[in-house]
Design a protein around this ligand. Structure first.
Ligand code: AMP
Ligand code: MN
Ligand code: MN
Length: 321
């Protein structure tokens, strides 16, 4: 008999919930929202992420409980906003979790369906929206805590209800969360209008590297820049989202070199261009207009390779339309 999320959740007593490395607002919001909901059912929960929760999401209830070293045993794993097992990072690799059933809750078109049960809806704006659907199905009523976490996820991934995948259904989900007490204006302000000074300093450095090559705008971030700016996170501080606002560009790429030599490649595109296929080819994943991957190599080599692949994809997509 095929198993379901309900069956797995009913049987479980101690659940490990994990979101993706270098977490964004949807990863954190759906992790916390799902965690609070499972506690409503009387489950013991441990919330984990390989990287720390970024300071802008510290306002979310429960953010201080997220650990990078979960202590087992667990009888169920719930993954949130992860397109493949590698996206769970060191938490999964180091925690001896093989054999524990997984509920994979996600909305990436590139999801590898690695779970025992896969709740993957590529039409959903966010994993938070998929979580909301599951909570309704399980008959768990919303409270202000759960609702705030989930609305944080929807607001982040829709960039404030402005992405082309924002549907009536996602607006209705947001209304239900507001009815349960989630403060939309506060969340929007927190997600888009607040940032550490270190982010702004990092932009100042990285913007010097900006180049336009045909339809592609790109920039680089090095460990030396991060050190100089006091930027302690792994991501690009939202730089790719800013670069894609250039009128002249259809694709934006940020190459962020990590201290271990890996390069995180974050890509954005205008709605007529799909960058998720290139991300998949390089072993990563994402959405048509926001995708990424991690790769070893020097900045120069990686840049050349990735820009060539993006130009090729752009040409193919333009010739087929
Ligand atoms: P980012 O540029 O980091 O905001 O990521 C944009 C999108 O690409 C998100 O949906 C991520 O889940 C996805 N993504 C970024 N890096 C990776 C990776 N290394 N593997 C799979 N997906 C990724
Ligand atoms: Mn995410
Ligand atoms: Mn997401």
């Amino acid at each position: 008999m095929e198993t379901t999320p309900e069956v797995l959740i009913n049987k479980a007593q101690r659940i490990l919930l994990i979101c993706h490395t270098n977490p964004d607002g949807d990863a954190v919001g759906s992790l916390l929202g799902m965690g609070w909901a499972m506690r409503e059912l009387g489950k013991q929960c441990v919330l984990a992420c390989s990287d720390p929760v970024p300071p802008i999401y510290h306002y979310l209830p429960g953010s201080e409980m997220v650990t990078s070293q979960p202590q087992g045993p667990f009888d169920l794993i719930i993954t949130l906003d992860c397109s493949d097992l590698r996206r769970l990072g060191s938490v999964y690799e180091s925690s001896h979790l093989s054999g524990v059933p997984i509920i994979n809750i996600d909305h990436h078109i590139t999801n590898a369906n690695f779970g025992t049960v896969n709740l993957v809806d590529a039409k959903a704006t966010s994993t938070a929206e998929v979580v909301l659907g599951l909570l309704r199905h399980l008959g768990i009523s919303l409270n202000q805590t759960i609702a705030t976490c989930l609305l944080n996820g929807i607001v982040t991934d829709t960039r404030g209800f402005s992405t082309p995948n924002t549907t009536r259904k996602s607006m209705e989900a947001a209304i239900a969360l507001m009815d349960a007490g989630a403060p939309l204006a506060k969340i929007t302000d927190q997600v888009f209008n607040r940032r550490p000074l270190a982010d702004i300093r990092l932009w100042a450095e990285a913007l010097h590297t900006v180049r336009l090559e045909g339809p592609i705008i790109w920039a680089e971030i090095t460990p030396a820049m991060r050190l100089e700016c006091g930027f302690t996170e792994e991501g690009d501080a939202g730089l790719a989202n800013f670069l894609i606002t250039a009128n002249e560009a259809e694709i934006a790429v940020v190459f962020s070199q990590q201290t271990d030599g890996r390069i995180e490649v974050g890509m954005r595109s205008v709605p007529s261009v799909d960058v998720s296929t290139v991300a998949l080819d390089f072993g990563g994943g994402g959405h048509p207009q926001a995708a990424g991957f991690s790769i070893n190599g020097s900045l120069g080599e990686v840049r050349e390779q990735v820009i060539a692949a993006l130009k090729q994809a752009w040409l193919e997509q333009n010739s087929s339309s």
